[in-house]
Design a protein around this ligand. Sequence first.
Ligand SMILES: Nc1ncnc2c1ncn2[C@@H]1O[C@H](COP(=O)(O)OP(=O)(O)OP(=O)(O)O)[C@@H](O)[C@H]1O
Length: 622
Amino acid sequence: MTETHPSAGQVALARERFFEQGLDPAPWIAPHISRSWRRSQPVAHAAPAPMGRVMLDERREQAMRLLACAQAELEGLAEHATGHGCVVVLTDAHGLILEEIGSPDFLPKAERFALLPGVDWSEPACGTNAIGTALAEREALTVLGREHYLAQNSALGCAAAPIFTSRGGIAGVLDISGEPQQINQHALGLVRMAAQQVEHRLMRSQTQGQVLRFHRRPALLGSAREGLMHVLEGQIVGANRVALELFGMSWEQLLDQDVESLLGRRWTRVEQQRGLLTLPDGDQIAAIMEGAARAEARPHRVAQAALPGIGCAAPSPHTDAVLPLLSQAVRVLNQGVSVLIAGETGSGKEVFARRLHQGGRRSGGPFVAVDCASLPETLIEAELFGYAEGAFTGARRRGMPGRIREADGGLLFLDEIAEMPLSLQSRLLRVLEERVVTPLGGGPSAAVDFDLVCATHADLPAMVAAGRFRADLMYRVAGFGASLPALRERTDRRELITRLFAELGGSGKRLQLQPDALDALTAYRWPGNVRELRSVLQTLVALADPDDLVGLTHLPLAVQGGPTAIGSNADLPGTAPMPLATMTRQRIDQILQDCGFDVAAAASRLGVHRSTVYRHLARQRK
Ligand SMILES: Nc1ncnc2c1ncn2[C@@H]1O[C@H](COP(=O)(O)OP(=O)(O)OP(=O)(O)O)[C@@H](O)[C@H]1O
């Protein structure tokens, strides 16, 4: 984008035409600003508030790979920002600020503008601004002074660039903000280049298949300016923007193509091959095919301060036994098939759903999660399908679009789908078939397009047999079944424990998990699965002093060994295996009793959500 900036007078004129006379501001202002003002018209004028610490930590955790890969650029840009009285900001794919560093002079002002971690700077939340508008326009741009939609931001100047995923989605946004006069073409160039670097690192951190690297100038192979294609099982599953430019193709045209038909046979299934690649225009350029995620391409280590609670945030997907299932599920989801995730409580169903979203074709769209179990039956209909103005007593005056409409263009995650009331199942099925939602209380219907992922820990076929779940809906939602192993069944649990211990602060405090402790942690049955594991590890890290050796005696008694270790029969009466569900129910009852029926305490000991315990109690009452 080339930018010749309008003068302050021109912007003032454009504002008057648009805000006071309701006219098109276009002749006086950059086209992206006028498009954005029009999109921003429903935005409220209140200052956005930051989300709570716990929620923000969750969002950071979800963006772990982005944070790890962007750390070096954040630090590099911070040097420039500090020198110019500015701050650097990294957001996630939805415009939520994850990180902010920079000039101590500007940080207090940034706080006044709510330019803070945990604040949503998407266009729907804040109107025209560099972060939200770069997300909406999918390009690097500046928004200066009164070009901001909200007058309260008119003393701010920002340059932002989107960071693209290798499938054309958006992973996040890098932004430099300061006084408007500090933000110029140079700042824009810097964030644009930094975003390209982050994209390069994100792609080089792929762990499966091969990566083909190429450039017209062999000397630039290995730099962030090289073209990259990610090849998995003979198909092109990812590419960076340089590759698209060199091949003159869009992501839609390039992705999922057969690598042999595009590049010729010699580039398939060979690693460490150097040679000449023929571009569509006939030019031959230098290329290297290599195995994905070579050691030097690992994401940067994230500084402890940058990511509280997670020491070395770069996940180590080599140790992730769930990855093959995830990549299968992404493939089918990308073909429009619904995915049903099954697994015990705490086994990571929601985490899996979020990873599906991140890896899928709609990663740039919203991820909308609805927990069907936590909503009362009377509210779930309105929550899902929305309602028209004044549809029922207590309804918001202006109506509500509903979660299904919010998921348009993205992914709808229906957690605990088995808890969906029978009366609503047919309505949901109709929406899934017709892709049209009609709000409660009438009003116009809206077309919707989203990918669907559901989760359950119930036995859906048994519920169908018992007449509690519609068979047609089950077939519709369970196009592909992804069954997550319980933690005690995971073959990679030793590596997972080691990694999580490091990520949850163990590496930041330089703690060493002793072999006897690791053995006991690996042998424990983990009825609350990864959730329980995380809570035990977090406690261990919190209680340890820097440089401590963490041994067997530091572990909770239950984990130290004995009755609940894998392979022990202590949970089982006689030698007959007990169904898992019964075992889990008995354990919840036991812990509830131990805790004097304090649900919060029992949930924390079990390592599950309080809602899981409430659901368990509700089931007993039926
Ligand atoms: N692979 C993983 N790495 C790190 N943390 C994980 C992983 N999988 C799950 N967790 C953590 O475990 C906890 C439970 O995960 P999640 O909510 O996805 O489980 P669930 O199966 O949906 O649980 P429930 O059935 O109770 O809703 C969360 O804190 C999550 O961050």
